[in-house]
Ligand binder design. Sequence first.
Ligand SMILES: *[C@@H]1O[C@H](CO)[C@@H](O)[C@H](O)[C@H]1NC(C)=O
Ligand SMILES: *[C@@H]1O[C@H](CO)[C@@H](O)[C@H](O)[C@H]1NC(C)=O
Ligand SMILES: *[C@@H]1O[C@H](CO)[C@@H](O)[C@H](O)[C@H]1NC(C)=O
Length: 521
Amino acid sequence: MCSSSLLTVVLLGLTLAHTGVEVNAGPPLKILGLFPHPGVSHFHFFHPIMRGLAEAGHDVSVVSHFPDKHPAVHYKDYPLTGIDKLTNSVDLKVFEKRTFYSHFQEFFLLYDWGRQACNFTLRSDALQQILKRRQGYFDVIIMEQFNTDCMMGVAHQLHAPVIALSSCVMMPWHYERMGAPIIPSHIPNLFMAQSQDMDFGGRLANWFSFHALNWMYKLLSVPAADKMVQYKFGHMVPSVGELAKNTSLFFVNQHYSLSGPKPLPPNVIELGGIHIQKSKPLPADLQRLLDNAEHGVILISWGSMIRANSLSAAKRDGIVRAAARLKQQVIWKWENETLPNQPANMHIMKWLPQRDILCHPNVKVFMSHGGLMGTSEAAYCGVPVVATPMYGDQFVNTAALVQRGMATILNYEEIGENSVIRALKKALDKKYYDAAKAVSQSYNHRPQQALQTALWWVEHVAHTGGAPLLQPSAVHMSRFVYYSLDCYAVVALILAIIIGSWLALIRRCCGSKSSAKPKRD
Ligand SMILES: *[C@@H]1O[C@H](CO)[C@@H](O)[C@H](O)[C@H]1NC(C)=O
Ligand SMILES: *[C@@H]1O[C@H](CO)[C@@H](O)[C@H](O)[C@H]1NC(C)=O
Ligand SMILES: *[C@@H]1O[C@H](CO)[C@@H](O)[C@H](O)[C@H]1NC(C)=O
């Protein structure tokens, strides 16, 4: 009896190890995904989680701009259609000039995108279908928390616990709702080009913009979302700013080995690298190119959002001439059919299996824009990076790579033949290689694979009705109390009273002496 059940367990274990999917206790959960932001790079983080849940047997409904082309059995799409998807759509000319105010401008861009996505999603047919479900139908709602909390209004209608996903490192306004501390001395703001090591000027700027952006979010984005949510669901709906404090769990696409350790409460889970799939065989010609490159390969890819063929002719020629001087083979993700003056060692491709190329042992350097997906893949494969950050979180990702010693920066304005050669020569140094391998080692060796961690927590939140024990009371504190500023204030007051009375005493005794003088006359 005992041994036969043991055998069953062993067999079951073997089957599970084989499929790589953990069995879940109890009946399948009904899970809703709400992803109103139309950026495909974000969805690369969400999709593996939603798909993983479906493959583990749960019933998954997904509202997004990116329907799964080959959905798993329990994966049902509710596509948002008719809004511009932000794929291959960023024109590099926007980034020719960057100033100190750029990150505030970016905030307004995000604010605007957030309003549009909120308005669009609330009016969509996809959401109307979801809202036909009765309250409490879904066991858990998984949503992106990025530039708007609009979807918290939907979660409120559906009465289900919420798990938030962030495809980039946490935004300034994400900390408070999870009860996490904002410590600008060593936690760089996503909008800044800094790592955990900052000098005084950097810390001051970080402190200022951390708090400024947090307040701007509260004063602009929250009321904008409230207006649309209340227009849709009525004026009884609480502010999304309040509803956001009801977030049970926060999955964030970061990992300490890359972005630096941070003090995070247990309701914030780091899942960096979850999108990195098992390796797939490379196309034969690419495999041959990589295998036969005796001096190694340099990969240039600026992600899915930025069109390389909008590079100015001068910069493009600079890269081409630099490549011609190298003995390495160069692979460039280039969206045009042709590349003027293309040298023999340069190979252009409209699309490439970035992750599989990067992990090939002959790849020596990755020229990247510092997007989080590419950055994570470089960390995973252990490849030194020449980073050219352009907007959004790319600056903070790049700063983290540089702080870890595995990247050097090539500024966008400075792209030219000599600067490209200089940056590549630097990144080819063994120091960078060693640092990249060290990051790769801790990035890949975790107690549990990121996907398994995510599945475990989603089931935990569903089974405990929103994991109330996981919520710090800090969520409901004002920040004045949270940082003990009330205590500092009392201590300062007491000190002031003591010092003040001493001063008064001294003044009185000295004053009586001096006032005694005229009496003697
Ligand atoms: C939402 O979109 C509709 C039509 O698409 C438009 O008329 C309306 O002004 C928008 N509302 C806001 C608050 O942007
Ligand atoms: C807060 O979340 C719980 C589940 O975690 C849910 O039942 C409740 O309705 C939510 N509260 C609000 C005000 O939406
Ligand atoms: C890219 O191709 C388009 C048309 O296909 C052409 O107009 C444009 O000049 C090309 N750009 C470069 C840099 O080759």
